[in-house]
Design a protein around this ligand. Structure first.
Ligand SMILES: [Zn+2]
Length: 114
């Protein structure tokens, strides 16, 4: 299994508001199937500056980008530190996808929101 794959300013829009994302990371994870089988899979975790503003895991990254519009040679170390911290939090607590999430996504898709 490979490590998380990071995308800065990803081209996919925020799933919640449709706005521009700051970051997206593909987090490797194991999915347990009924019958005891387990397969390697991925979850994509996104960071939206509007929708994830009150999420404790995003505070370092959002504070960095509030001060620095983009990553430069001078700020790359600071950016790396806050992005690493966010990734550590999302990889140790990977998001779960519940039946309610699925129903909500189907409802939004039927409404033409996604
Ligand atoms: Zn959003």
């Amino acid at each position: 299994m490979t490590g998380p794959r990071i995308e800065l300013r990803p081209c996919l829009p925020c799933q919640l508001c449709g706005g521009e994302l700051l970051l997206a990371v593909r987090v490797p994870m194991q999915v347990d199937w009924t019958g005891g089988q387990s397969i390697a899979s991925y979850r994509t975790v996104t960071l939206c500056p509007r929708c994830h503003r009150s999420d404790a895991a995003t505070q370092g990254v959002l504070a960095f980008f509030a001060v620095h519009e983009r990553i430069t040679h001078e700020t790359v170390h600071g950016a790396g530190a806050v992005i690493r911290e966010w990734i550590e939090r999302v990889t140790t607590n990977p998001p779960t996808y519940t039946d309610d999430d699925l129903e909500e996504d189907i409802r939004r898709w039927e409404d033409g929101d996604i």
